[in-house]
Design a protein around this ligand. Structure first.
Ligand code: GLC
Length: 429
């Protein structure tokens, strides 16, 4: 089994261990002997453990070997699908204000909260020229007018489809959810695919992502533009959640209610699904003949939308933060700027299937040859829809995860969305 396959399905560190030990107690990468030179400034880097053909620990090792001034220790957090656990691990550390970890990677949804808490150092004094980065990513890295995160990589939701089965049916890639549902059902009825549509309905962060995509593609939103009131009980949002609910037992198995990323990816790369909503990390796995039954049979494109709406893709990805309490600012910056440089972003794109935050890389010949979907999906990467941007996001997401999950399980969509809406108003109002 390749690392890509074992990746996100690897058992994560359980919550109790995490809470008991904090990030510093988690497994750290062994440092290669060559990198153990005396006289270096030692710093730590905490990051969720993304998976691909290598690990972020390998990146850290390369940095350690590339120079002799700074030595980075990697504090490995759980995989990004265990978003709440990764968040808790970071909060535990940052709240101690003791400077550990010096550098951390943060899901785009935590930037506002970490900045508002005073845990992420504004980076404006370190960086004068930000022209190499996407404007949208830079905007997502700012809080209160200050750049408190350095862009690293972008993750966006997309539709994976079986091109061979579309060809067989003489069909085009579906543009609307209704078209997708009809094609998925037809593939099931014809015995070509066991599952029409695979997605993530587990009470977890990824459910919020799937919901944002459905709601935004129906001209709805979770919060009003000013972020101070809920829109989740409006008809557009209710209809979107209703669609997700109705897919269960029809084009989606009941199991989607307990699936996050990997459990939904596995049946697709095993050749059992017609359509899949997932992140870009799936592409390299689907092209690996050791773990995939669908090599050369799939395509990836923008997610469908409702009639009168537009395709929407949830903005994800991790950006780099400097601990406001680090005692090693220059060393921290040296590592951060190295890891966000074009060469390392390209390596992350090639080996992890994660989207660069630098537009120039989308024109890179090697990247286009090895990950052709990235160039074609540039508009998806650049036009993604953000989850609510608020320092209260930790509360907002728990309310969303619970409320949407209740709606999907009970089928009482309107009533559950009304209750959820009141709760959101209480949190952000
Ligand atoms: C991916 C995204 C991240 C999101 C998570 C949810 O890792 O990059 O933004 O929160 O999935 O599972």
């Amino acid at each position: 089994m390749s690392t890509a396959d074992s990746g996100r399905s690897r058992p994560s560190i359980d919550r109790r261990t995490l809470l008991a030990t904090g990030a510093a107690g988690l497994a750290t990468m062994a440092l290669p002997r060559r990198a153990r030179a005396q006289g270096r400034v030692e710093i730590s880097f905490a990051s969720a453990s993304f998976f691909g053909n290598e690990t972020f620990g390998d990146l850290v090792n390369s940095f350690n070997e590339s120079q002799d001034r700074v030595l980075v220790r990697w504090l490995e957090l759980p995989p990004p699908s265990s978003s709440t656990e990764v968040y808790q691990g970071l909060v535990q550390q940052l709240a101690r204000r003791n400077g550990t970890p010096d550098v951390f990677s943060q899901d785009v949804i935590w930037i506002a909260g970490f900045a508002a808490a005073g845990w992420a150092l504004p980076l404006d004094e370190f960086i004068s020229d930000t022209t190499g980065y996407f404007d949208g990513t830079l905007a997502a890295c700012k809080w209160d007018g200050k750049l408190t995160a350095l862009p690293w990589f972008m993750d966006t939701g997309m539709l994976y489809y079986r091109q061979d089965l579309l060809d067989k049916a003489g069909a085009q890639v579906p543009q609307t959810w209704a078209e997708m549902a009809a094609l998925g059902k037809a593939a099931q009825d014809a015995g070509d695919a066991e599952f029409g549509y695979l997605w993530q309905g587990k009470q977890a962060e990824v459910l919020v992502c799937d919901a944002v995509e459905a709601i935004a593609s129906n001209n709805g939103a979770i919060l009003a533009d000013d972020g101070r009131s809920s829109r989740i009980a409006e008809p557009e949002a209710v209809a979107a959640i209703q669609f997700l609910h109705d897919s269960i037992g029809s084009i989606s198995p009941r199991d989607v209610l307990s699936w996050d990323e990997e459990p939904s990816r596995q049946p697709f790369t095993a050749g059992r699904g017609m359509f899949l909503r997932n992140w870009s990390y799936v592409w390299p796995i689907a092209q690996d003949p050791n773990v995939s039954e669908v090599v050369g049979k799939i395509g990836a494109g923008p997610l469908p939308h409702f009639d009168g709406g537009r395709s929407a893709s949830c903005l994800g990805g991790y950006q780099l933060g400097m601990n406001a309490n680090t005692k090693n600012r220059d060393a921290a910056w040296e590592f951060m700027s190295w890891v966000s440089a074009p060469e390392q972003q390209k390596r992350v794109a090639l080996n992890f299937g994660l989207g660069p935050s630098r537009p120039a890389l989308f024109d890179d010949a090697e990247l286009n040859e090895k990950q052709p979907f990235m160039a074609t999906l540039r508009p998806v990467f650049t036009g993604a829809t953000a989850r609510p941007v608020t320092p209260e996001y930790a509360k907002v997401t728990l309310a969303l995860q619970s409320g949407i999950s209740k709606a999907l399980v009970s089928g009482n969509i309107e009533a559950e969305m009304a209750t959820l809406s009141q709760e959101l108003d209480r949190i952000v109002g």
